[in-house]
Ligand binder design. Structure first.
Ligand SMILES: [Ca+2]
Ligand SMILES: [Ca+2]
Length: 197
């Protein structure tokens, strides 16, 4: 991406689409997401992908939401020649830069709702503001957990939290483990099935 984007010439108009195709191909080939959750960090998803090796890579943005995306190119930059869908049906975007481990980038998204399926895509951008299209989309059902205080155990503490939310819960707190709008015997049954001590 170096050099080409900095030329103000007909060549840049010709070469940019080729470069975008290259980026798109690279992303499709290398963006292998691994979503995972565990009992301690319930309500989170860790995304991993292979690094983009271009010298002027500036970072990545992760788009996500609870509905599948509606397009392939987030395209907020004016330099992006591809058709744009902006948020493309997602509700959240995080600029993660090159991440803390640039050679094997990964990022953990927290505060996700248990029992809800989330959809994720990553795109790359360079130091000139050029943006790639999305990676392939992945989805993840966030594990239903009764570890309501995220301490690694399902025990009387979590039971106490559940009791404090007992009843109808329009805001669906974590105590509503199956996220059906009620904290009731169904959730209690899930808690009992996961009891650890
Ligand atoms: Ca707990
Ligand atoms: Ca419930």
């Amino acid at each position: 991406m170096n050099g080409v984007s900095k030329k103000i010439s007909v060549n840049s108009l010709i070469e940019k689409p080729m470069r975008y195709n290259f980026i798109i191909i690279i992303l499709i080939l290398i963006l292998i997401f691994v979503c995972e959750t565990n009992i301690v960090f319930a309500g989170s998803a860790t995304l991993r992908w292979n690094a983009n090796s271009e010298s002027d890579l500036a970072g990545y943005r992760i788009y996500y939401g609870t509905s599948p995306r509606t397009g392939t190119n987030p395209g907020t930059a004016s330099t992006n020649p591809l058709p744009k869908c902006n948020m493309c049906g997602y509700t959240n975007v995080i600029d993660v830069g090159k991440t803390s481990t640039p050679s094997s980038p990964q990022y953990t998204i927290t505060n996700l709702t248990s029992g809800q399926t989330y959809y994720f895509s990553v795109m790359a951008y360079d130091t000139s503001g050029n943006e790639s299209a999305f990676s392939s989309e992945v989805s993840k059902l966030i594990s239903v957990t009764a570890d309501l205080n995220f301490d690694g155990y399902v025990n009387s503490v979590d039971f106490g939290i559940m009791m404090s939310f007992w009843g109808s819960q329009p805001t669906k707190p974590l105590a509503d483990i199956n996220q059906d709008g009620y904290v009731n015997s169904v959730d209690f049954g899930i808690l009992m099935s996961q009891w650890t001590n």
